[in-house]
Structures are given as C-alpha cells and as structure tokens.
Design a protein. Structure first.
Length: 259
C-alpha cells in the first residue's frame, strides 16, 4: 500500500488535569490521508477530533506514535500546512485584501505585485469581489469565513486543516460555503483534513469519512464516499447519499462510538 501524504500511526495524547491526574484524549489513533484526498473526521463531542488536528498542525505535541507529512515527522508548524478554524480570527484593523495577503507578507512570498495579483485572484475565487476594502466588522459571518479560507489558501498549502469552519454559520450560508469549498478544492487539488459534527456536511464534501470513538478517541471505522464530483446540494437527496448518512449515524450511535 502506498503511504499517504499524511500518516498517523498509533498516535496518543494526554493532558494533565487540574488535580494532578491525567486525561487521555487520544489513544492508538492510526489514519492515512492520500495526496489530493478530502477526509473528514466525525465523532462524539470531546472525542479528540480538534486535538488530533492541532497535533497534525504542529500546534500540540503528541505523546506516543508517529505523525508523518510526506514521510517526515511533524514536530511543529509546517509552511506546507494551513489551518482554518471555526473563529476566523481576522485582524480587525486590516481590510479583506490585507487580511488575505497577511500570510504571504509574513513569509515574503513573491514581490508586492505578485501578492496583490494573488490576493485579487483569491478575492474573486471566494466570491468577495467588491468587498476588498471592507473591514471584518463590516462583513457577515459567512463573509468573514470566506476571508479566513482565502487567507489560508494564499500561502498555497499542500495540506489544509479545517476545524469545524462552518459550524457557527446559519444553514443557508453553511451550504453555500460547502459548495464553494467543493469548487475551490477541485480547482486546486489540495489535500484536506476536515473536522465536523455534521454528518451531512462530511458526506457532501469528502472522499472518505472517518468515525472516532468517544474519549479516549481513536478511529472506529472508515467509510468511502462513492459519489461523483463535482457535487451540488441536490446530491443530498439521492438514495446513495441518504443511505451513507444512515450508516454513519448508526455507527456514531453504536456502543463502540459512545464508549
């Protein structure tokens, strides 16, 4: 079997609790994400999905096992990786365009003209034309998350990590951004690891959906999503889509998943 772009092998992670005890967040978690794949993690609240994503991002150390990106151990933040969190955390004193360009400026990617051109392309890509000079406080939640996504894409990551990026949005905006993400990813062919509580969202976006057990979290099952791309919201009404949703729902409510 060909190794994935991202490989987790027996990863474990524990935290010290307030009274000197230990909380085991992850145990023996193994997972492979192939180059160009979109893989979603779903599981009960508190099962360690976000903790695992933080470990992959190099923001949290892991205690046991291996985490490899292109065969090399992950020991800290990697310039090939970008993270999109639920909270956009945009700089309030910077405009849409300046927030998008921020990462490129920090990393000194290209000339000022190159950065301006790339920023303009991303503004159009995420549907924010006409809002380039607006500040975060002047944007809706959906618009701010579009800026957040464009900012992550600006550095041209090879691995995009997304931690419930649409979880705080209303249903209509969330669906619009799901469609945008589907279109953007197919255009750029970036590898994505996506955390969500929303089974429908996971099926719509993913090539594979990985379910996790309750804490301590580990992989309980992997479901292939054999639905044609590109996808639009009408696919959610198809028998194949609803059947997979039901299988995932059943798995997440099984004794193994909720242990």
């Amino acid at each position: 079997m060909t190794p994935g772009r991202l490989e987790a092998r027996g990863v474990g992670k524990s935290y010290r609790s307030g009274r000197g005890g230990t909380t085991v967040a992850l145990t023996d978690l193994s997972l492979s994400v192939e180059d160009g794949a979109f893989v979603s993690l779903v599981g009960p609240s508190g099962c360690g999905k976000s903790t695992f994503l933080d470990c992959v991002a190099g923001l949290e150390p892991y205690d046991t096992g291996e985490l490899l990106l292109d065969g090399r151990p992950i020991t800290g933040p990697d310039p090939r990786t970008a993270v999109v969190f639920q909270d956009p955390s945009l700089l309030p004193w910077r405009s849409t365009a300046d927030n998008i360009a921020y990462g490129m400026t920090l990393r000194r990617k290209g000339t000022a003209a190159d950065r301006a051109r790339k920023t303009a392309e991303l503004v159009e890509l995420v549907g924010l034309t006409g809002f380039e000079r607006h500040y975060p406080g002047e944007l809706s939640g959906g618009m701010r998350q579009r800026v957040n996504l464009a900012r992550a894409l600006a550095t041209e990551p090879e691995l995009l990590l997304m931690d419930e990026p649409f979880g705080a949005l209303d249903a209509l905006t969330r669906e619009q951004l799901q469609v945008e993400l589907e279109r953007i990813r197919l255009a750029g062919r970036v590898t994505v690891l996506f955390v969500t509580h929303d089974i429908e969202e996971a099926v719509f976006l993913s090539d594979r959906v990985v379910t996790m057990t309750g804490r301590p979290g580990t992989v309980s099952s992997v479901f292939d999503v054999d639905l044609p791309r590109p996808r639009d919201p009408s696919v959610k009404r198809s028998p194949a889509f609803t059947a997979l949703e039901e299988r995932l729902w059943g798995r997440l409510h099984s004794p193994v998943a909720t242990r």
